[in-house]
Design a protein around this ligand. Structure first.
Ligand code: AMP
Length: 114
């Protein structure tokens, strides 16, 4: 999508601190971190949010979660606890309308989230 900031990051048109990438996802550091570890796992496929998923995307979402878990382990936050969060639509805080998953860790994470 031409005007999608995450599509442009994936294409390399906008700089970002990439932590990992493969054929399905790109993982970057969030530009405004809210935790010591705050990464965004971004599927290369432009989907708006969970409402856009269909059965063909099931493997993609599994891959997102396994990638998040592996990175959480690699970054040393797995044992203490980490969170995988996806905001869906504006009322839940979604500001970039390309599906993505926040990986948060490195501090005590409150519940319920705001
Ligand atoms: P959400 O508000 O759930 O849609 O999450 C979007 C996230 O993208 C926010 O945490 C932003 O800080 C982050 N973000 C926006 N633009 C960039 C960028 N250019 N590079 C890295 N992270 C970004």
């Amino acid at each position: 999508m031409e005007n999608c900031i995450f599509c442009r990051i994936i294409k390399g048109e906008i700089p970002a601190k990439k932590v990992f990438e493969d054929d399905l996802v790109v993982v970057i550091e969030d530009i405004a971190p809210v935790a010591p570890l705050h990464l965004l796992i971004i599927p290369r496929k432009h989907l708006v949010n969970a409402l856009d998923l269909d059965p063909a995307d099931d493997a993609l979402i599994g891959h997102v979660y396994r990638t998040a878990a592996r990175i959480a382990r690699d970054k040393g936050v797995a044992e203490n606890g980490f969170r995988i969060v996806s905001n869906n639509n504006a009322g839940a805080g979604q500001s970039v309308f390309h599906i993505h998953f926040h990986l948060l860790g490195g501090r005590q994470l409150g519940w319920p989230p705001g």
